[in-house]
Design a protein around this ligand. Structure first.
Ligand code: HEM
Length: 394
């Protein structure tokens, strides 16, 4: 139940705070209401982020040995750092992702997306199916990130494979064989990051120059590559899928009655790629009337908080610009709030502006499938075909 909770996002049966068991018998408090999720995120003293990157399925010795062989470590760096170094590391990363630097990429990205949309439109016109995830969304965030932050010289495919393996290894319910295979994949690329951290330019050099140890540089790059670019690809696919089923919103975009920015915010509210995020209780407290002992794992249901009727007028309807639409918690809140939000929004606005028209007159022939995962949606494909095109070409 814990792992597919995102699929029950509209189920009215959930209490404000629910005690839920995971697949190995561990218990977590799932927090469902907007105000309570916010309360936790805003109080890093009572509710620490230390468990943000802990594997939700404890790793067997065999997998740990493989990771140790690659000298894999994830010390407190950004998302899982409640220490004094966090603001200093965060400031350097925030500089690399500064809104002015992000804005400077918009034109380049627009050209790239426009070219792809033209090509995809041609394929659809020929009656062929197109996977919009693979052909449009999957690699865009990584390509933009590589222009903002020097990254190791690795193929897009290798980085994407590593990032998805890491999301599965740390956030999915797994058996020991799968953990071993994923640890091998993650450990191998971690070694590439470690080498790059020692000599690379850009962000890596900035962090080194500020006196941060190699582990911190690796940790920062790891998080940007794993959570930063991969989540944004997922969001682009989820948003395109949602828009495919919202013809009135697309008509509003065409007519200029609906803004692209409002569509993106409503998309983040209803289709966040990160459905939950964790905190651990540092002290004993009470949350919405529920006692929270020190050490409790809190699963903050960001996806559900975005649909809280106390915040948004029509919680389950895609109505860009409606009251409360922008008050979602898709990027978290407080001291650890996502530092890539401006970048993710820029990418999504470019894709919606340039590609929404591709969804007119097409059918979704293969909706995204999302695996079991506590936190990340990880959609695998979004195949569309021009309505009326012969089915045997799908
Ligand atoms: C739609 C895309 C994205 C979503 C939904 C998202 C969501 C989140 C969430 C929920 C957190 C945890 C916030 C908290 O603990 O309060 C987070 C943290 C973070 N995100 Fe994002 N993110 C996205 C894209 C990006 C991008 C593009 C980057 C950078 C390339 C990025 C970099 C980070 C970093 C560095 C942190 C840790 C911040 C800290 O601990 O100080 N994210 N993000």
């Amino acid at each position: 139940m814990l792992f597919r909770s995102w699929a029950q996002v509209t189920d009215p049966g959930w209490p404000d705070v629910a005690r839920v068991s995971d697949q190995v018998g561990g218990t977590h408090l799932v927090v469902t209401r907007h105000a309570l999720v916010r309360q936790v995120l805003a109080d890093p003293v009572s509710y620490r982020p230390d468990n943000a990157l802990d594997a939700v399925t404890a790793m067997p010795v065999t997998a740990l040995r493989v990771l140790a062989g690659h000298r894999f470590r994830l010390p407190p760096t950004l998302a899982n750092n409640s220490g004094a170094s966090h603001p200093r590391i965060r400031a350097i990363v925030a500089d690399a992702l500064h809104p002015a630097r992000v804005a400077a990429q918009r034109q380049w990205l627009t050209g790239l997306v426009r070219d792809r949309v033209t090509r995809i439109g041609g394929t659809l016109d020929a009656g062929e199916p197109v996977d919009l995830h693979a052909e449009l969304a999957a690699d865009l965030p990584l390509l933009v990130l590589a222009r903002l932050v020097d990254l190791p010289d690795a193929s897009v495919g290798a980085v994407k494979e590593f990032a998805r393996a890491a999301l599965e290894l740390f956030w999915a319910p797994l058996d020991a064989d799968r953990q071993l295979a994923l640890a091998t994949e993650v450990g191998r690329f971690h070694r590439v990051l470690r080498d790059f951290a020692a000599t690379g330019g850009g962000l890596a050099a900035e962090l080194r120059a500020a006196g941060h140890p190699a582990d911190v540089v690796v940790g920062a790059l790891f998080f940007l590559l794993v959570a930063g670019q991969e989540t944004t690809s997922q969001f682009l696919t989820l948003l395109l899928h949602r828009l495919a089923g919202e013809p009135a919103v697309r008509a509003g975009l065409r007519a200029g009655d609906v803004t692209v920015a409002d569509v993106v915010e409503e998309g983040l509210r209803l289709e966040p790629p990160i459905v939950t995020w964790r905190r651990v209780a540092a002290t004993e407290s009470t949350l919405g009337g529920t006692a929270v002992p020190a050490g409790t794992s809190l699963v903050l249901w960001l996806g559900r908080a975005g649909r809280d009727p106390a915040v948004v007028e029509f919680p389950d309807e895609f109505r860009p610009g409606q009251r409360g639409s922008r008050r979602h918690l898709a990027f978290g809140a407080g001291a650890h709030r996502c530092v890539g939000d401006v970048l993710a929004r820029m990418e999504a606005t470019v894709v919606v502006a340039e590609a929404a028209s591709l969804l007119d007159g097409v059918d979704v022939v293969r909706a995204p499938w999302c695996p079991d995962n506590l936190t990340f949606r990880m959609p695998d494909a979004l195949v569309v075909r021009r309505s009326g095109a012969p089915a045997d070409r799908a």
